[in-house]
Ligand binder design. Structure first.
Ligand SMILES: [Zn+2]
Ligand SMILES: [Zn+2]
Ligand SMILES: [Zn+2]
Length: 332
């Protein structure tokens, strides 16, 4: 994530700021400029081309600071949400802002990496077949399974609740579980569907991740009955990645996004002096030369504060090959 600054007073800003805490200027996020820009009393921003933008109508609903093209309209990120909690679902609505926040973070990163983000709704310029949409559902009201299906990503809003999420994390013995992580994993399924096309790419993908035609339900049942195979750390980034080739790809993709975003943050805040990851010809070099030493240091910093490791994963040789493949897809 970039280190943003206020254009009026140069104070550092967080991605979510709707007001500068230093000079009081109202702010909005311009997706077109990848910048936080000042807005006037009416929430308007005029860009260099003279185009007038308006702060998203969902500012008060879930803290959306993004700019929309129409007055009273919603922004690109909000347009991607197909289903949200009903107005009478208090618990769902309470959990909803964190999911939208994670989605904005995700979209900003996909934009930074130059990955195409297209919605599903033709009314907002989307593609009903190949586009992306989100169902943000509350498992308080119904059974919700987090997942991806033909461009529709379902998120369980109950996972916004830290105590609930921690309980699930502990039960599944996962070292890491976050709302942003869910978004990054699920969008990995979407991009595998979209980007791994043609015989050559599919063959290479199968070589690295395994045969994706393997029965998914059988793999799922086996995973939860027997757990991961012994020695899984030598070839997979997580135990869940061992479940099925699709999950291996999505887990690897999530780590690709973890790495790119965190390296950008570290670089923008002066913790590491590297060009953007997109400038490296080999993602392998980013991982071995930048990411590994950086995470060793960040893990030690966390330990100095008595916290768990920031990045509790080990990247084995075969995982490096998979990360390199995923990065090459993003670069195409
Ligand atoms: Zn300011
Ligand atoms: Zn919005
Ligand atoms: Zn998955």
């Amino acid at each position: 994530m970039k280190a943003y600054r206020c254009r009026v007073c140069d104070n550092p800003l967080h991605f979510e700021n709707s007001v500068c805490v230093s000079c009081g200027t109202n702010l909005g996020y311009s997706r077109a400029e990848r910048a936080i820009v000042p807005v006037d009393e009416q929430g308007r921003y005029v860009d260099l081309a003279g185009l007038v933008w308006h702060v998203c109508r969902n500012l008060n609903l879930h803290g959306c600071t993004w700019l929309a093209t129409l007055e009273g309209g919603q922004c690109f990120s909000c347009d991607l949400t197909r289903t949200r909690p009903n107005d009478d679902d208090g618990e769902g609505l309470a959990h909803y802002p964190e999911a939208e926040r994670a989605k904005r973070h995700l979209v900003a990163e996909l934009d930074a990496l130059g990955l195409p983000v297209v919605g599903k709704d033709p009314a907002t310029g989307g593609d009903p077949v190949n586009g992306l949409a989100f169902d943000l559902l509350s498992s308080v009201e119904e059974d919700v399974v987090i997942g991806h299906d033909d461009g529709v990503i379902t998120i369980d809003l109950a996972e916004s609740d830290a105590a609930y999420r921690e309980k699930v994390r502990a039960r599944l013995a996962e070292p890491y579980r976050t709302m942003l992580g869910h978004f990054r994993h699920e969008v990995g399924h979407y991009f595998e569907w979209q980007l791994v096309r043609g015989d050559e790419l599919m063959a290479r993908c199968r070589e690295l991740f395994g045969d994706e035609t393997e029965d998914y339900q059988e793999a799922l049942d086996r995973h939860y009955a027997q757990g991961p195979p012994a020695g899984w750390e030598e070839s997979h980034i997580s135990t869940y990645a061992t479940m099925h080739p699709f999950e291996d790809f999505a887990e690897t993709w999530a780590h690709y996004l973890h790495i790119c975003d965190t390296v950008e943050t570290a670089s923008d805040y002066g913790l590491t002096a590297v060009a953007p990851v997109t400038a490296f010809s080999s993602f392998r070099d980013v991982v071995t030369g930048v990411w590994v030493p950086l995470t060793v240091a960040l893990n030690m910093i966390n330990r100095s504060m008595g916290k768990d490791d920031l990045y509790p994963f080990v990247i084995a040789g075969p995982v490096l090959d998979k990360l390199d493949f995923v990065a090459s897809l993003a670069r195409r």
